[in-house]
Design a protein around this ligand. Structure first.
Ligand SMILES: Nc1ncnc2c1ncn2[C@@H]1O[C@H](COP(=O)(O)OP(=O)(O)OP(=O)(O)O)[C@@H](O)[C@H]1O
Length: 260
């Protein structure tokens, strides 16, 4: 099914999802549906199951119970439409490979076995993906010589080159400066404008209100799924964050900022 054929079909549906490592459930009976073309944040304290949820949506982890559907089809049959942007720390940045070679990795699943390497069309798709993330000028650069923000944008380009309609990102804003944060957010918003659905694991409650259309509040169970203003309620956060003072300071600043 073409993802855009029926825009009322949710991009991601998670139903009664339970995922365990050994005997311990990291996610328990989680259900939600994300409409197409949204930029959604997953928030929750350390160890609350955010990365586990992303891996389950990608089909990397087999659930004990429950289903994940992408555009109405089980994730096992829609893998090409879903891409993952990993945490920067999980990658060997000394590996001798250039920016355009990493972006081209997104095309490999689309190159037929009888074709000797990428075609002109594949290179054009890579070129376009690198332009969207504003990395075309850096195409020949070794990945070890990229800044943190450029590394994130490169993985976004690889996801776009793959043709992914749903992109899942694990902490893309961690440890980047304000200018880079803005650059990554612009890339996400551009991808959203082109109809993509983006789901982002995010730590900072203050920016969560500003960045996302909707938030998933997680601590093993789904505590809430809604607009930032619905989610960023002191009582709700107090329950999930066990009264974590720093979280409330962030929240107070967000609310004061919005009230100005
Ligand atoms: N491979 C694994 N084996 C065993 N337990 C795991 C494994 N991966 C995660 N867990 C446990 O599952 C729970 C959820 O972990 P997960 O990494 O999904 O949380 P998270 O919200 O992404 O955490 P953080 O914010 O710290 O990155 C935690 O208790 C964690 O210790």
């Amino acid at each position: 099914m073409s993802p855009a054929a029926d825009t009322s079909v949710p991009a991601i549906e998670v139903e009664h999802l339970t995922v365990s490592y050994g005997a311990v459930p990291a996610l328990l009976d989680v259900s939600f549906a994300i409409p197409q073309g949204q930029l959604v944040g997953i928030i929750g304290p350390n160890g609350s199951g955010k990365s586990t949820l992303i891996k389950a949506i990608l089909g990397f982890l087999r659930p004990d119970v429950g289903d994940v559907r992408i555009f109405g089809t089980p994730v096992e049959r829609t893998r090409k439409l879903v891409a993952y942007v990993p945490q920067r720390g999980s990658v060997d940045w000394d590996f001798p490979v250039t920016v355009e070679e990493v972006a081209m990795m997104g095309r490999y699943g689309n190159i037929p076995w009888w074709q000797w390497g990428p075609s002109k069309a594949d290179w054009e798709i890579v070129e376009e993906a690198l332009s969207i993330v504003r990395m075309a000028d850096l195409r020949k650069r070794q990945i070890g010589a990229l800044s943190g923000g450029q590394q994130q944008r490169l993985f976004m380009a690889r996801a776009l080159a793959q043709g992914a309609q749903v992109v899942l990102l694990d902490e893309p804003f961690a440890g980047v400066d304000a200018a880079t944060e803005r650059a990554i957010l612009n890339v996400l918003e551009n991808a959203k404008k082109s109809g993509r659905t983006l789901v982002v694991v995010h730590h900072d409650l203050a920016t969560a209100a500003e960045f996302f259309d909707a938030l998933i509040l997680l601590k093993q169970r789904l505590f809430a799924f809604g607009t930032p203003l619905q989610i960023l309620q002191p009582e709700l956060l107090s329950e999930v964050y066990d009264g974590n003072v720093r979280a409330f300071e962030h929240l107070r600043r967000v609310i004061e900022e919005k009230a100005k």
